[in-house]
Write a protein of this length. Sequence first.
Length: 468
Amino acid sequence: MTAKSPAQKKSEGLLRRHFKGDASEVMNKINASIDVDQRLYAQDIASSKAHCQMLVAQCVLSPSDGEAIESGLDAVCAEIEAGKMKFDPALEDIHMHVEARLTELIGEPGKRLHTARSRNDQVATDFRLWVREALDGLDRAFNDLHAVLIDLAGDHVNTVMPGFTHSQPAQPVTFAHYLMAYVEMFGRDRDRIKDARARLNECPLGAAALAGTSFNIDREMTASALGFDRPTANSIDSVSDRDFALEALSVSAIAAVHLSRLAEELVLWSSPAFAMVRLPDAFSTGSSIMPQKRNPDAAELVRGKTGRIIGSLNSLLMTMKGLSLAYAKDLQEDKEPTFDSLDTLLLCGQAMAGMIGGLEVDKERMRLLAGAGYSTATDLADWLVRVGGLAFRDAYNSVAALVRLAKDRDCALEDLPLVEMQKIEPCVTESVFEVLSLDKSVASRASQGGTAQVRVREALIAAKARYL
Protein backbone atom coordinates (compact mmCIF):
# COMPACT_ATOMS: atom_id res chain seq x y z
CA MET A 1 0.00 0.00 0.00
CA THR A 2 1.29 3.44 -0.90
CA ALA A 3 2.15 5.56 2.13
CA LYS A 4 -0.15 8.51 2.72
CA SER A 5 1.28 11.94 2.02
CA PRO A 6 1.22 14.55 4.80
CA ALA A 7 -1.45 16.39 2.85
CA GLN A 8 -3.61 13.27 2.67
CA LYS A 9 -3.29 12.83 6.41
CA LYS A 10 -4.27 16.45 6.96
CA SER A 11 -7.21 16.04 4.60
CA GLU A 12 -8.46 12.96 6.40
CA GLY A 13 -8.11 14.76 9.72
CA LEU A 14 -10.15 17.68 8.45
CA LEU A 15 -12.74 16.14 6.15
CA ARG A 16 -12.81 12.31 5.97
CA ARG A 17 -13.03 10.89 9.47
CA HIS A 18 -16.45 9.34 8.83
CA PHE A 19 -15.40 7.59 5.58
CA LYS A 20 -13.98 4.09 5.28
CA GLY A 21 -10.67 3.94 3.41
CA ASP A 22 -8.87 6.50 1.34
CA ALA A 23 -10.30 8.61 -1.46
CA SER A 24 -9.51 7.33 -4.94
CA GLU A 25 -6.62 9.07 -6.67
CA VAL A 26 -9.02 9.83 -9.49
CA MET A 27 -11.44 11.31 -6.95
CA ASN A 28 -8.66 13.45 -5.52
CA LYS A 29 -7.86 14.67 -9.02
CA ILE A 30 -11.38 15.55 -10.10
CA ASN A 31 -12.26 16.98 -6.69
CA ALA A 32 -9.26 19.26 -6.31
CA SER A 33 -9.46 22.88 -7.36
CA ILE A 34 -6.20 24.12 -5.89
CA ASP A 35 -4.57 24.58 -9.29
CA VAL A 36 -7.24 27.18 -10.07
CA ASP A 37 -8.30 28.70 -6.76
CA GLN A 38 -4.87 29.14 -5.18
CA ARG A 39 -4.96 32.68 -6.57
CA LEU A 40 -7.69 33.41 -4.01
CA TYR A 41 -5.18 33.13 -1.16
CA ALA A 42 -5.11 36.87 -0.38
CA GLN A 43 -8.89 37.09 -0.35
CA ASP A 44 -9.15 33.95 1.78
CA ILE A 45 -6.72 35.29 4.35
CA ALA A 46 -8.45 38.70 4.40
CA SER A 47 -11.87 37.14 4.96
CA SER A 48 -10.44 34.77 7.58
CA LYS A 49 -8.98 37.73 9.48
CA ALA A 50 -12.29 39.58 9.38
CA HIS A 51 -14.10 36.45 10.57
CA CYS A 52 -11.58 35.95 13.37
CA GLN A 53 -11.85 39.57 14.56
CA MET A 54 -15.63 39.30 14.61
CA LEU A 55 -15.53 36.04 16.61
CA VAL A 56 -13.28 37.69 19.17
CA ALA A 57 -15.54 40.74 19.38
CA GLN A 58 -18.54 38.43 19.92
CA CYS A 59 -16.66 36.45 22.60
CA VAL A 60 -16.80 33.29 20.52
CA LEU A 61 -12.99 33.21 20.46
CA SER A 62 -10.64 34.45 23.14
CA PRO A 63 -8.41 37.46 22.42
CA SER A 64 -5.32 35.26 22.72
CA ASP A 65 -6.69 32.82 20.15
CA GLY A 66 -7.51 35.76 17.92
CA GLU A 67 -3.99 37.14 18.14
CA ALA A 68 -2.48 33.74 17.42
CA ILE A 69 -4.77 33.21 14.42
CA GLU A 70 -4.06 36.62 12.89
CA SER A 71 -0.32 36.23 13.37
CA GLY A 72 -0.49 32.75 11.88
CA LEU A 73 -2.49 33.94 8.90
CA ASP A 74 0.16 36.59 8.23
CA ALA A 75 2.80 33.87 8.29
CA VAL A 76 0.79 31.67 5.89
CA CYS A 77 0.35 34.64 3.54
CA ALA A 78 4.08 35.33 3.61
CA GLU A 79 4.86 31.69 2.80
CA ILE A 80 2.50 31.71 -0.18
CA GLU A 81 3.84 35.00 -1.52
CA ALA A 82 7.40 33.70 -1.15
CA GLY A 83 6.50 30.59 -3.13
CA LYS A 84 7.14 28.30 -0.14
CA MET A 85 3.66 26.82 0.16
CA LYS A 86 3.50 23.31 -1.30
CA PHE A 87 0.09 22.76 -2.84
CA ASP A 88 -1.31 19.23 -2.77
CA PRO A 89 -4.55 18.08 -4.47
CA ALA A 90 -5.35 15.98 -1.39
CA LEU A 91 -6.18 19.21 0.43
CA GLU A 92 -8.56 20.12 -2.39
CA ASP A 93 -8.61 23.92 -2.31
CA ILE A 94 -6.95 27.07 -1.05
CA HIS A 95 -9.23 27.23 2.00
CA MET A 96 -8.09 23.86 3.34
CA HIS A 97 -4.45 24.65 2.54
CA VAL A 98 -4.62 27.86 4.55
CA GLU A 99 -6.42 26.20 7.47
CA ALA A 100 -4.13 23.19 7.54
CA ARG A 101 -0.95 25.25 7.43
CA LEU A 102 -2.31 27.69 10.01
CA THR A 103 -2.99 24.79 12.40
CA GLU A 104 0.52 23.45 11.81
CA LEU A 105 1.99 26.81 12.72
CA ILE A 106 -0.10 27.79 15.76
CA GLY A 107 -1.68 24.55 16.94
CA GLU A 108 -5.04 24.43 18.74
CA PRO A 109 -6.22 28.00 17.97
CA GLY A 110 -6.00 27.23 14.25
CA LYS A 111 -8.69 24.58 14.67
CA ARG A 112 -11.08 27.19 16.06
CA LEU A 113 -10.98 29.59 13.10
CA HIS A 114 -13.66 27.72 11.16
CA THR A 115 -16.23 28.21 13.95
CA ALA A 116 -19.50 29.68 12.60
CA ARG A 117 -18.58 29.44 8.95
CA SER A 118 -18.48 26.90 6.12
CA ARG A 119 -16.39 26.59 3.02
CA ASN A 120 -19.61 27.48 1.22
CA ASP A 121 -19.87 31.03 2.57
CA GLN A 122 -16.09 31.26 2.71
CA VAL A 123 -15.58 30.67 -1.02
CA ALA A 124 -18.58 32.82 -1.94
CA THR A 125 -16.98 35.67 0.00
CA ASP A 126 -13.48 35.14 -1.36
CA PHE A 127 -14.79 34.92 -4.91
CA ARG A 128 -16.79 38.14 -4.57
CA LEU A 129 -13.71 39.89 -3.23
CA TRP A 130 -11.66 38.72 -6.22
CA VAL A 131 -14.31 39.68 -8.80
CA ARG A 132 -14.70 43.09 -7.14
CA GLU A 133 -10.96 43.75 -7.39
CA ALA A 134 -10.92 42.52 -11.00
CA LEU A 135 -13.77 44.88 -11.94
CA ASP A 136 -11.89 47.76 -10.33
CA GLY A 137 -8.85 46.83 -12.42
CA LEU A 138 -10.96 46.72 -15.58
CA ASP A 139 -12.38 50.17 -14.87
CA ARG A 140 -8.85 51.54 -14.50
CA ALA A 141 -7.80 49.90 -17.78
CA PHE A 142 -10.80 51.32 -19.62
CA ASN A 143 -10.12 54.70 -18.07
CA ASP A 144 -6.67 54.54 -19.68
CA LEU A 145 -8.26 53.55 -22.98
CA HIS A 146 -10.69 56.45 -22.67
CA ALA A 147 -7.80 58.82 -22.08
CA VAL A 148 -5.89 57.83 -25.24
CA LEU A 149 -9.05 57.82 -27.38
CA ILE A 150 -10.09 61.25 -26.18
CA ASP A 151 -6.55 62.57 -26.60
CA LEU A 152 -6.33 61.24 -30.17
CA ALA A 153 -9.78 62.60 -31.00
CA GLY A 154 -8.70 66.02 -29.76
CA ASP A 155 -5.91 66.01 -32.35
CA HIS A 156 -8.26 65.17 -35.22
CA VAL A 157 -11.32 67.36 -34.90
CA ASN A 158 -10.66 68.67 -38.42
CA THR A 159 -9.43 65.40 -39.96
CA VAL A 160 -11.99 64.22 -42.51
CA MET A 161 -12.41 60.49 -43.16
CA PRO A 162 -14.99 58.28 -44.84
CA GLY A 163 -17.93 57.16 -42.75
CA PHE A 164 -19.30 53.76 -43.70
CA THR A 165 -22.55 51.86 -43.76
CA HIS A 166 -22.57 48.27 -45.01
CA SER A 167 -18.76 48.64 -45.21
CA GLN A 168 -19.33 51.03 -48.12
CA PRO A 169 -18.41 54.76 -48.22
CA ALA A 170 -21.48 56.63 -46.99
CA GLN A 171 -20.86 60.19 -45.80
CA PRO A 172 -17.75 62.12 -44.76
CA VAL A 173 -17.17 62.42 -41.01
CA THR A 174 -14.32 63.60 -38.85
CA PHE A 175 -11.88 61.09 -37.42
CA ALA A 176 -12.53 62.61 -34.00
CA HIS A 177 -16.25 61.88 -34.36
CA TYR A 178 -15.47 58.29 -35.32
CA LEU A 179 -13.24 57.84 -32.28
CA MET A 180 -15.83 59.41 -30.02
CA ALA A 181 -18.28 56.69 -31.02
CA TYR A 182 -15.97 54.21 -29.28
CA VAL A 183 -15.62 56.57 -26.33
CA GLU A 184 -19.38 56.28 -25.90
CA MET A 185 -19.32 52.48 -26.22
CA PHE A 186 -16.54 52.07 -23.68
CA GLY A 187 -18.30 54.57 -21.45
CA ARG A 188 -21.33 52.29 -21.31
CA ASP A 189 -19.00 49.38 -20.61
CA ARG A 190 -17.56 51.26 -17.65
CA ASP A 191 -21.06 52.03 -16.42
CA ARG A 192 -21.88 48.32 -16.61
CA ILE A 193 -18.68 47.50 -14.71
CA LYS A 194 -19.68 49.93 -11.96
CA ASP A 195 -23.23 48.54 -11.89
CA ALA A 196 -21.95 44.96 -11.61
CA ARG A 197 -19.59 45.97 -8.82
CA ALA A 198 -22.36 47.71 -6.89
CA ARG A 199 -24.64 44.69 -7.09
CA LEU A 200 -22.02 42.17 -5.97
CA ASN A 201 -20.89 44.26 -3.01
CA GLU A 202 -22.79 42.26 -0.39
CA CYS A 203 -21.03 39.90 2.00
CA PRO A 204 -22.02 36.19 2.18
CA LEU A 205 -19.83 35.49 5.21
CA GLY A 206 -21.97 34.17 8.04
CA ALA A 207 -24.39 32.30 5.82
CA ALA A 208 -22.38 29.17 6.74
CA ALA A 209 -23.31 26.03 4.79
CA LEU A 210 -26.77 27.27 3.78
CA ALA A 211 -28.90 27.96 6.86
CA GLY A 212 -26.86 30.46 8.85
CA THR A 213 -25.32 29.62 12.22
CA SER A 214 -26.39 29.21 15.84
CA PHE A 215 -23.43 31.31 17.03
CA ASN A 216 -24.04 34.95 17.97
CA ILE A 217 -22.15 36.46 15.05
CA ASP A 218 -22.09 40.04 13.76
CA ARG A 219 -22.39 39.94 9.98
CA GLU A 220 -22.46 43.72 9.72
CA MET A 221 -18.99 43.79 11.27
CA THR A 222 -17.44 41.34 8.82
CA ALA A 223 -19.16 42.99 5.87
CA SER A 224 -17.79 46.39 6.87
CA ALA A 225 -14.30 45.04 7.54
CA LEU A 226 -14.14 43.61 4.03
CA GLY A 227 -15.45 46.74 2.32
CA PHE A 228 -18.90 45.39 1.51
CA ASP A 229 -21.95 47.63 1.66
CA ARG A 230 -24.01 45.15 3.64
CA PRO A 231 -24.40 41.41 4.39
CA THR A 232 -26.38 39.31 1.93
CA ALA A 233 -30.04 38.97 2.92
CA ASN A 234 -30.68 35.24 2.51
CA SER A 235 -28.30 32.49 3.63
CA ILE A 236 -29.41 30.00 0.95
CA ASP A 237 -29.03 32.53 -1.85
CA SER A 238 -25.68 33.62 -0.40
CA VAL A 239 -23.96 30.30 -1.03
CA SER A 240 -25.87 29.01 -4.05
CA ASP A 241 -25.89 31.72 -6.71
CA ARG A 242 -23.11 33.10 -8.83
CA ASP A 243 -25.04 35.76 -10.68
CA PHE A 244 -22.41 38.30 -9.63
CA ALA A 245 -19.87 36.29 -11.64
CA LEU A 246 -22.33 35.88 -14.51
CA GLU A 247 -22.89 39.62 -14.58
CA ALA A 248 -19.15 40.26 -14.59
CA LEU A 249 -18.77 37.82 -17.48
CA SER A 250 -21.67 39.41 -19.34
CA VAL A 251 -20.12 42.84 -18.90
CA SER A 252 -16.82 41.41 -20.10
CA ALA A 253 -18.38 39.83 -23.17
CA ILE A 254 -20.05 43.09 -24.23
CA ALA A 255 -16.88 45.10 -23.64
CA ALA A 256 -14.85 42.52 -25.55
CA VAL A 257 -17.22 42.84 -28.52
CA HIS A 258 -16.63 46.60 -28.52
CA LEU A 259 -12.87 46.06 -28.37
CA SER A 260 -13.16 43.52 -31.18
CA ARG A 261 -15.01 45.99 -33.42
CA LEU A 262 -12.31 48.61 -32.90
CA ALA A 263 -9.65 45.97 -33.48
CA GLU A 264 -11.27 45.09 -36.80
CA GLU A 265 -11.20 48.76 -37.78
CA LEU A 266 -7.47 48.92 -37.02
CA VAL A 267 -6.81 45.78 -39.05
CA LEU A 268 -8.64 47.24 -42.05
CA TRP A 269 -7.38 50.82 -41.71
CA SER A 270 -3.75 49.69 -41.47
CA SER A 271 -3.97 47.48 -44.56
CA PRO A 272 -2.52 48.84 -47.85
CA ALA A 273 -6.02 49.00 -49.33
CA PHE A 274 -6.97 51.67 -46.77
CA ALA A 275 -3.57 52.88 -45.50
CA MET A 276 -5.28 55.38 -43.21
CA VAL A 277 -3.32 54.50 -40.08
CA ARG A 278 -0.09 52.81 -39.05
CA LEU A 279 0.03 50.73 -35.89
CA PRO A 280 2.98 51.32 -33.56
CA ASP A 281 5.96 49.01 -33.94
CA ALA A 282 5.54 47.88 -30.34
CA PHE A 283 2.17 46.33 -31.24
CA SER A 284 3.03 44.88 -34.66
CA THR A 285 4.89 41.75 -35.71
CA GLY A 286 6.76 40.48 -38.76
CA SER A 287 6.55 37.32 -40.82
CA SER A 288 8.72 34.23 -40.51
CA ILE A 289 9.15 34.09 -44.29
CA MET A 290 8.15 37.44 -45.81
CA PRO A 291 10.58 40.15 -44.67
CA GLN A 292 8.39 43.03 -45.83
CA LYS A 293 5.37 42.06 -43.73
CA ARG A 294 3.95 44.21 -40.96
CA ASN A 295 1.18 42.29 -39.24
CA PRO A 296 -1.45 43.84 -36.93
CA ASP A 297 -1.25 40.85 -34.59
CA ALA A 298 -2.19 42.70 -31.41
CA ALA A 299 -5.43 43.89 -33.00
CA GLU A 300 -6.12 40.43 -34.42
CA LEU A 301 -5.55 38.83 -31.02
CA VAL A 302 -7.93 41.28 -29.33
CA ARG A 303 -10.48 40.34 -31.98
CA GLY A 304 -9.76 36.63 -31.55
CA LYS A 305 -9.85 36.54 -27.76
CA THR A 306 -13.36 37.93 -27.79
CA GLY A 307 -14.67 34.47 -28.67
CA ARG A 308 -12.91 33.07 -25.63
CA ILE A 309 -14.50 35.67 -23.35
CA ILE A 310 -17.96 35.01 -24.77
CA GLY A 311 -17.32 31.29 -24.32
CA SER A 312 -16.58 31.83 -20.63
CA LEU A 313 -19.98 33.44 -20.16
CA ASN A 314 -21.70 30.55 -21.93
CA SER A 315 -19.73 28.05 -19.85
CA LEU A 316 -20.88 29.44 -16.51
CA LEU A 317 -24.45 29.91 -17.72
CA MET A 318 -24.56 26.23 -18.62
CA THR A 319 -23.06 25.28 -15.25
CA MET A 320 -25.71 27.26 -13.37
CA LYS A 321 -28.82 26.50 -15.38
CA GLY A 322 -29.80 23.17 -13.76
CA LEU A 323 -28.68 23.65 -10.17
CA SER A 324 -31.19 23.34 -7.35
CA LEU A 325 -30.60 25.21 -4.09
CA ALA A 326 -28.27 25.42 -2.27
CA TYR A 327 -24.57 24.64 -2.81
CA ALA A 328 -23.44 21.95 -5.26
CA LYS A 329 -19.93 20.98 -6.28
CA ASP A 330 -20.73 22.14 -9.82
CA LEU A 331 -20.04 25.63 -8.49
CA GLN A 332 -16.38 24.75 -8.29
CA GLU A 333 -16.42 25.33 -12.06
CA ASP A 334 -17.24 29.02 -11.61
CA LYS A 335 -13.72 30.31 -11.07
CA GLU A 336 -11.76 29.13 -14.09
CA PRO A 337 -13.94 30.87 -16.72
CA THR A 338 -14.27 33.96 -14.55
CA PHE A 339 -10.54 34.23 -13.90
CA ASP A 340 -9.73 33.65 -17.55
CA SER A 341 -12.36 36.03 -18.91
CA LEU A 342 -11.56 38.98 -16.66
CA ASP A 343 -7.80 38.45 -17.03
CA THR A 344 -8.15 38.28 -20.81
CA LEU A 345 -10.34 41.37 -21.03
CA LEU A 346 -7.85 43.32 -18.92
CA LEU A 347 -5.03 42.33 -21.26
CA CYS A 348 -7.09 43.22 -24.34
CA GLY A 349 -7.98 46.62 -22.90
CA GLN A 350 -4.33 47.34 -22.14
CA ALA A 351 -3.28 46.24 -25.63
CA MET A 352 -5.90 48.46 -27.27
CA ALA A 353 -4.80 51.46 -25.21
CA GLY A 354 -1.24 50.82 -26.37
CA MET A 355 -2.25 50.60 -30.02
CA ILE A 356 -4.40 53.74 -29.93
CA GLY A 357 -1.81 55.64 -27.93
CA GLY A 358 0.85 55.06 -30.58
CA LEU A 359 -1.35 55.22 -33.70
CA GLU A 360 -0.02 57.20 -36.68
CA VAL A 361 -2.76 58.80 -38.78
CA ASP A 362 -2.45 59.65 -42.47
CA LYS A 363 -4.75 62.67 -42.77
CA GLU A 364 -4.28 63.07 -46.53
CA ARG A 365 -5.16 59.45 -47.21
CA MET A 366 -8.25 59.70 -45.03
CA ARG A 367 -9.37 62.82 -46.88
CA LEU A 368 -8.81 61.18 -50.27
CA LEU A 369 -10.94 58.19 -49.30
CA ALA A 370 -13.59 60.43 -47.73
CA GLY A 371 -14.33 61.93 -51.13
CA ALA A 372 -14.69 58.57 -52.87
CA GLY A 373 -18.01 56.93 -53.67
CA TYR A 374 -19.99 60.16 -54.11
CA SER A 375 -20.09 60.62 -50.35
CA THR A 376 -21.64 64.10 -50.57
CA ALA A 377 -24.69 62.90 -52.51
CA THR A 378 -26.90 63.25 -49.44
CA ASP A 379 -25.75 66.87 -49.08
CA LEU A 380 -26.93 67.51 -52.63
CA ALA A 381 -30.31 65.94 -51.87
CA ASP A 382 -30.63 68.04 -48.70
CA TRP A 383 -29.79 71.17 -50.71
CA LEU A 384 -32.53 70.38 -53.23
CA VAL A 385 -35.01 70.10 -50.34
CA ARG A 386 -33.78 73.16 -48.47
CA VAL A 387 -33.13 75.53 -51.41
CA GLY A 388 -34.97 73.97 -54.34
CA GLY A 389 -38.15 73.21 -52.42
CA LEU A 390 -38.35 69.57 -53.56
CA ALA A 391 -39.85 66.78 -51.48
CA PHE A 392 -37.03 64.63 -50.15
CA ARG A 393 -37.98 61.55 -52.19
CA ASP A 394 -38.03 63.60 -55.40
CA ALA A 395 -34.67 65.11 -54.45
CA TYR A 396 -33.36 61.60 -53.75
CA ASN A 397 -34.37 60.42 -57.22
CA SER A 398 -32.83 63.47 -58.91
CA VAL A 399 -29.52 62.98 -57.09
CA ALA A 400 -29.53 59.28 -57.97
CA ALA A 401 -29.76 60.32 -61.64
CA LEU A 402 -26.90 62.81 -61.14
CA VAL A 403 -24.75 60.10 -59.53
CA ARG A 404 -25.38 57.84 -62.52
CA LEU A 405 -24.35 60.68 -64.82
CA ALA A 406 -21.15 61.26 -62.84
CA LYS A 407 -20.34 57.55 -62.96
CA ASP A 408 -20.87 57.51 -66.72
CA ARG A 409 -18.48 60.46 -67.06
CA ASP A 410 -16.06 59.01 -64.49
CA CYS A 411 -16.01 62.22 -62.49
CA ALA A 412 -17.00 63.52 -59.08
CA LEU A 413 -20.37 65.18 -58.49
CA GLU A 414 -18.72 68.59 -58.05
CA ASP A 415 -17.03 68.17 -61.46
CA LEU A 416 -20.32 67.87 -63.35
CA PRO A 417 -21.06 70.98 -65.47
CA LEU A 418 -23.90 73.07 -64.10
CA VAL A 419 -25.79 72.89 -67.37
CA GLU A 420 -25.73 69.08 -67.30
CA MET A 421 -27.00 69.04 -63.74
CA GLN A 422 -29.83 71.41 -64.68
CA LYS A 423 -30.98 69.05 -67.44
CA ILE A 424 -31.79 66.53 -64.69
CA GLU A 425 -32.94 69.00 -62.04
CA PRO A 426 -33.72 72.53 -63.30
CA CYS A 427 -33.72 74.16 -59.86
CA VAL A 428 -29.96 73.59 -59.42
CA THR A 429 -27.94 76.80 -59.23
CA GLU A 430 -24.26 77.68 -58.93
CA SER A 431 -24.54 77.76 -55.14
CA VAL A 432 -25.03 73.98 -55.06
CA PHE A 433 -21.26 73.48 -55.44
CA GLU A 434 -20.71 74.93 -51.98
CA VAL A 435 -22.37 71.93 -50.31
CA LEU A 436 -20.50 69.36 -52.39
CA SER A 437 -17.16 69.96 -50.70
CA LEU A 438 -16.04 67.61 -47.93
CA ASP A 439 -15.49 70.38 -45.41
CA LYS A 440 -18.90 71.96 -46.02
CA SER A 441 -20.53 68.56 -45.79
CA VAL A 442 -18.94 67.81 -42.42
CA ALA A 443 -19.62 71.29 -41.02
CA SER A 444 -23.29 71.09 -42.04
CA ARG A 445 -23.94 68.04 -39.83
CA ALA A 446 -24.42 70.21 -36.77
CA SER A 447 -27.41 68.43 -35.26
CA GLN A 448 -26.92 67.26 -31.69
CA GLY A 449 -24.51 64.33 -31.71
CA GLY A 450 -23.44 65.09 -35.28
CA THR A 451 -20.00 65.14 -36.86
CA ALA A 452 -19.69 68.93 -37.27
CA GLN A 453 -16.59 70.25 -35.52
CA VAL A 454 -18.64 72.41 -33.16
CA ARG A 455 -20.51 69.34 -31.94
CA VAL A 456 -17.37 67.19 -31.69
CA ARG A 457 -15.65 69.81 -29.53
CA GLU A 458 -18.69 69.81 -27.25
CA ALA A 459 -18.54 66.02 -27.07
CA LEU A 460 -14.86 66.11 -26.16
CA ILE A 461 -15.49 68.51 -23.30
CA ALA A 462 -18.36 66.37 -22.01
CA ALA A 463 -16.33 63.15 -22.30
CA LYS A 464 -13.37 64.59 -20.40
CA ALA A 465 -15.69 65.73 -17.62
CA ARG A 466 -17.47 62.39 -17.43
CA TYR A 467 -14.71 59.83 -17.91
CA LEU A 468 -11.33 61.35 -17.03
